[in-house]
Write a protein that binds this ligand. Structure first.
Ligand code: M6R
Length: 363
């Protein structure tokens, strides 16, 4: 039942504060991670993890790419690959390597094949971050870490993505503990997660402004999404959402790559979307955006209060102060809403876009 919402996708976007809380429930308390909630087997696997290989498809792959930044930040080497590539190549598995699959459905054919193939590859074990308890991935993995997003009906994944990121952030704290994360650092990370549902609520209140932005977007044929650091995979996810449901060709680039090719595409008809969090790469991104402006590209920016943009023309939406650790999660929300409103204006079938299936159970 969609309730008051026009589409399941919109309903699922609005469910995010609740399902994020749900995913945190019983797993954190007073600034600490409650590791006992992971179960003994999971804890034992994490104890011997020296490297993480993440394998997933689509949106779940993007969640893995964000997690790589997080894991490496606390000292854990991590590789991430799409399952359809991973499964068909010879892989060299470093010792002490844990395989993590990420999947909403737990039935994605390539991800499942990658897991099955991994048994002979020398991993210490497999962990799945999954949303469906009775799925094949949950059954066949050594251990699982459930997201609690509830049933996701819209083909375009939204609440599954943000809860995957929450789960991966919790795993980062758990692994970080084994790599010298201090009590103060843990407390900061956990408190950020604790505030996340409220932060998402605040962003959802900007929906009307995002709808206005979307009206300037719906006649476009192409779009570039830029980001740096963990906001590059956030840009990839934003571009995927837009292309999936609005059929506008959208590509994501790490902003620093502009000069190496994509800048040639930029003129007055090329909108550029970018999340501009207050982080150490901000100045770099601003100078990349300056290059876009100099070629007439139209800018659609999402930033937070502390950011002084200082460019000549742009549309922007200012979010309240966002914590750095969970910022990739928070900044994903306006991109979901942008894609949604563009699709609604274009009149596409938002919940069931052409040519796509919710669960990709064949290659
Ligand atoms: O169920 P999974 O998370 O394994 O699905 C992976 C992809 O098929 C899925 O994320 C797809 O990219 C979505 N339609 C994106 O919105």
């Amino acid at each position: 039942d969609k309730g008051p919402y026009a589409h399941y996708m919109l309903k699922e976007i609005y469910e995010q504060p609740a399902v994020v809380s749900e995913t945190l429930e019983g797993r954190i308390h007073k600034g600490r991670l409650l590791e006992d909630s992971f179960g003994h087997e999971t804890k034992a696997l994490l104890d011997s993890t020296k490297h993480v290989q993440i394998v997933a498809c689509g949106t779940s792959y993007h969640a893995g790419l964000v997690a790589r930044y997080w894991l490496e930040e606390v000292g854990i080497p991590c590789s991430v690959e799409v399952a359809s590539e991973y499964r068909y190549r010879r892989v060299v598995v470093p010792s002490g390597s844990l395989l993590i699959t990420i999947s909403q459905s737990g039935e994605t054919a390539d991800t499942l094949a990658a897991l099955r193939g991994s048994r002979e590859q020398g991993y210490i074990g497999s962990l799945t971050v999954c949303n469906v308890p009775e799925s094949s991935l949950v059954r066949e993995s050594d251990v699982c870490f459930m997201t609690r997003a509830g049933t996701e009906i819209g083909v375009a994944s939204t609440k599954a993505f943000t809860t995957q990121l929450v789960a991966l952030r919790l795993l980062t704290v758990a692994l970080g503990r084994r790599y010298g994360l201090t009590t103060e650092q843990e407390e900061a990370m956990v408190n950020e997660l604790h505030s996340l549902p409220r932060q998402i609520e605040v962003v959802l209140e900007l929906a009307d402004e995002i709808q206005i932005m979307a009206s300037d977007f719906s006649d476009k044929h192409n779009a570039l999404f830029l980001g740096r650091g963990p906001f590059y995979p956030v840009a990839m996810e934003g571009a995927l959402k837009l292309k999936e449901i609005s059929y506008i060709h959208a590509e994501a680039y790490p902003a620093g790559e502009l000069k190496h090719g994509p800048l040639a595409l930029v003129d007055e008809s090329m909108p550029v979307v970018c999340a501009l969090p207050d982080d150490p790469l901000l100045e770099k991104v601003l100078s990349n955006l300056q290059e876009v402006r100099a070629r007439g590209g139209e800018l659609f920016l999402f930033s937070d209060h502390k950011v002084k943009i200082g460019l000549d023309r742009y549309q922007s939406l200012t979010l309240s102060d966002i914590f750095p650790g969970t910022a990739p999660i928070v900044y994903s929300i306006p991109l979901q809403l942008l894609a949604y409103h563009v699709a609604v204006i274009k009149g596409t079938d938002v919940d069931q876009p052409r040519n796509l299936a919710k669960s990709v159970t064949v290659e």
